[in-house]
Design a protein around this ligand. Structure first.
Ligand SMILES: Cc1ncc(COP(=O)(O)O)c(C=O)c1O
Length: 377
């Protein structure tokens, strides 16, 4: 298609998703209104059960956001001043914000240039006697090298808290078996922010674990630390997933696998059409991984000019993330300087994400491809 034939391709299109499931979602909301269970109740319980089955774990605790899920799990570790938590600088801010707010010091290490995920060799080099946890992020929907991180943590008393906010249903083949994001860590946080692959109609999150004591603790902490109403053995917070969000998520969950298949198919179409374009590098999928393509992210030359070109031609796009976390002002006291984590810094300067939602049409994908090819011609 000629890029001068202007077609609008928004970066995300939640209205398109709602078209396909609108009546189911409205029925789910009606159920909530009719039962008048707005906090807790049957929708939350069923969603927690079905989500546990989906991500292959035993216990699920609905939370008010992905951020608070991560923060509460990290708090349970009992991190104190000077305790270190190793993580990636190339992620959404919440990953490191949760470490800080749980009382720990984020230790940023570099990423693998291909997958953009935390580099296990760099993690190993950063371990100290103060290391209490590692927080890998399965960025853009592709799992980090969990088997290597588990091997590093094992025997050192270091916990792995997975940040799977972008990776619900992503899998990795480990020793010949498919393992899901969230199945292997001590605890895993998910986000249901509306634009996530499984998005609520507001904020929402989930903590999952196979450790029943941890699940129990998290259930208390999300209710101000009280197992029995008005009796508090510890101070928690209000971090509940409300019933309206649980109802929306429960209604959407059966569609999620199909939506992820569509995202993978769109990613394959983009890669086929863009892999020979000079100035563009298509995503690298680790041979052991089956990603869910929360984002389809290129590395490109002249990124800012390309962004302007895409905007001019009505193609939505986004840069996740332009400033790596070790260079954020709020972490200046940690003493990182530019050049210290070169792969993360290079990625921040080169990445651009394209529209990848399930409802994209072949015409829209063709238009995005033609617009990019037109720029690098
Ligand atoms: C990698 C990552 N971690 C954590 C979060 C935090 O989730 P939430 O926005 O639900 O608090 C998000 C999403 O926004 C994310 O993308």
């Amino acid at each position: 298609m000629n890029p001068s034939t202007k077609l609008k391709v928004p970066f995300v299109d939640l209205k398109a998703q709602h078209q396909s499931v609108r009546s189911e979602l409205l029925q789910a909301l009606t159920d909530v209104v009719d039962t008048a269970y707005f906090v807790g109740g049957p929708k939350l319980q069923r969603f927690e059960e079905e989500f546990a089955a989906y991500v292959g774990t035993n216990f699920t605790v609905g939370m008010s956001s992905g951020t608070s899920a991560l923060e509460l799990a990290l708090k349970v570790i009992g991190i104190g001043p000077g305790d270190e938590v190793i993580t990636t600088p190339f992620t959404f801010f919440a990953t490191a914000g949760a470490i800080h707010n749980a009382g720990g010091t984020p230790v940023f290490v570099d990423i693998e240039p291909g997958t953009f995920n935390i580099d296990p060799a760099a993690v190993e080099a950063a371990i100290t006697p103060r290391t209490r946890a590692i927080v890998p992020v399965h960025l853009y929907g592709q799992m980090a090298a969990m088997e290597r991180l588990l091997a590093i943590a094992r025997g050192r008393g270091v916990k792995i808290v997975e940040d799977a906010a972008q990776a619900i249903g992503a899998r990795r083949s480990i020793d010949g078996e498919w393992r899901l994001a969230g199945e292997l860590g001590w605890a895993t946080g998910y986000s249901f922010f509306p634009s996530k692959n499984l998005g609520a109609w507001g904020d929402g999150g989930m903590m999952v674990t196979s450790d029943d004591a941890l699940a129990e603790r998290l259930r208390r902490l999300r209710l101000h630390g009280g197992a029995k109403q008005y009796h508090h053995d510890e101070v928690g917070t209000n971090s509940r997933l409300d019933s309206v969000q649980a109802a929306v998520l429960l209604a959407k969950l059966p569609h999620l696998a199909g939506w992820s298949n569509k995202r993978r198919a769109h990613a394959a179409s983009y890669t086929k059409a863009l892999k020979d374009v000079s100035g563009v590098r298509t995503p690298v999928v680790d041979g052991a991984n089956e990603p869910i393509f929360h984002q389809y992210t290129l590395r490109v030359e002249r990124r800012d000019e390309l962004q302007a070109h895409l905007k001019k031609h009505g193609v939505g796009n986004a840069v996740y993330y332009p400033v790596p976390l070790h260079l954020q002002n709020c972490f200046r006291h940690l003493g990182y300087t530019r050049g210290r984590l070169p792969e993360a810094e290079r990625a921040a300067a080169e990445v651009i994400s394209l529209p990848i939602y399930p409802e994209l049409t072949p015409e829209q994908i063709g238009y995005v491809v033609d617009t990019i090819r037109g720029f690098y011609r």
